[in-house]
Design a binder for this molecule. Structure first.
Ligand SMILES: NC(=O)c1ccc[n+]([C@@H]2O[C@H](COP(=O)([O-])OP(=O)(O)OC[C@H]3O[C@@H](n4cnc5c(N)ncnc54)[C@H](OP(=O)(O)O)[C@@H]3O)[C@@H](O)[C@H]2O)c1
Length: 331
């Protein structure tokens, strides 16, 4: 059983690792006790910046550190399988950044490993832990808009990104779909489950990653989701869920909303506002809180971000990549 204060290790020292470390500072029951990097100098600099006690210049030392309750894996997705696998093999619990892995095969390997070892594993799909997204899902599940007929969601950023950037590097799982498209896909599947059919189109870069992708997911019920992602244009990054008796609109930043609007047929629109007590809307604290709750409860999976849901999203991402012709080295 995990003690009152959860001891975190952070694996990698890039952009999101720094954001996560800064957000953990706000949680009195969390402590980052160790960090690992491919280089000792980066580990030392990160440790100094965030006041972390142990800095390792390799991943193995972090994985072998028994005085860590959970490791947060924040490498590019091309390295998630190796990094998370190493930690699970060594007996660590793992929170792994999104997209969970490069493809379904790698995801299945990690899930099998965690289940075999009885370790906690969760995709860092922070949107699923966001209080406003949870509220929206509860409303939909309660029938506030009737039966869900369609979902639309998009996530696009303008860039431009140089060819050297990880978003354009096939070796690092570059492209819009895995980095950004995972949000609209995960949002649609949160509300409708796994689709039964998928079509997609994309514009590819010279390097062979997707600059932008549009996909239509469909379900046996007749429900449809249209999802779009881009690294060559800043989109509204909004979402809308339409049901047989109404609609919910979430404006810019649908995966960390400050408000959304419920339109029930025949009634005035209702605006739902985020609670300021939940902290800044961009905070990753809610996924960390969920991990710590699950660890203290002795759970090996989070009901908010279940591994079968992660696998279903990876299956959809694989299918979309199949339709648009994006393959990564080694696939
Ligand atoms: N949840 C979110 O909101 C969010 C936001 C942004 C990104 N992400 C996800 O987080 C992951 C990292 O993104 P990021 O923006 O933080 O990337 P980043 O700034 O490039 O940092 C990634 C870090 O991973 C390590 N790394 C770099 N290349 C590597 C390689 N080839 N193999 C192994 N490790 C490597 C490096 O750390 P060392 O030098 O210390 O080894 C690097 O600083 C991605 O999967 C991304 O999709 C999530």
């Amino acid at each position: 059983m995990v003690e009152q204060r959860v001891r975190w290790g952070i694996l990698a020292t890039g952009g999101i690792a720094a954001t996560f470390a800064a957000d953990l500072v706000d949680l009195p029951d969390a402590e980052v006790v160790a960090v690992a990097s491919r280089s000792q100098a980066s580990a030392d600099a990160f440790a100094e910046r965030f006041g972390i006690g142990r800095a390792y210049g390799d991943w193995e030392s972090l994985a072998a550190d028994e005085d860590i309750d959970v490791v947060y894996v924040a490498t590019p997705h091309s390295a998630h399988r190796a990094a998370a696998g190493l930690c699970l093999e060594a007996g660590r619990n793992v929170l792994c950044e999104k997209p969970f892995t490069l493809n379904l095969r790698e995801a299945e390997e990690l899930v099998a490993l965690a289940r075999d070892r009885g370790r906690f594993l969760m995709e860092a799909m922070w949107m699923y832990c966001n209080p406003m997204v949870r509220r929206l899902k509860a409303l939909v599940d309660d029938g506030a808009i009737g039966e869900v007929r369609s979902v639309s969601a998009d996530f696009g950023i303008a860039g431009p990104f140089p060819a050297s950037h990880r978003l354009r590097d096939p070796a690092q799982g570059g492209g819009a779909l895995l980095d950004l498209g995972v949000y609209p896909v995960s949002f649609a599947q949160l509300l409708l489950g796994e689709p039964s059919d998928i079509t997609a189109r994309a514009a590819l870069s010279d390097e062979g990653v997707d600059l932008q992708t549009g996909a239509v997911l469909s379900w046996e019920s007749g429900a449809l989701a249209s999802v779009h992602c881009s690294i060559v244009g800043g989109t509204a990054t909004a979402a809308s869920v339409t049901g047989s008796q109404g609609r919910i609109d979430i404006p810019h930043g649908f995966f960390f909303p400050d408000h959304f609007v419920l339109h029930r047929d025949g009634r005035d629109p209702e605006k739902f506002l985020a609670d300021s007590a939940d902290g800044p809307r961009t905070s990753m604290r809610h996924e960390a809180i969920e991990v710590m709750r699950a660890l203290r409860a002795g759970e090996t999976e989070s009901p908010l971000v279940p591994l079968d849901g992660t696998l279903a999203v990876m299956r959809t991402l694989d299918a979309i990549r199949d339709r648009i012709g994006v393959r990564y080295p080694g696939e």
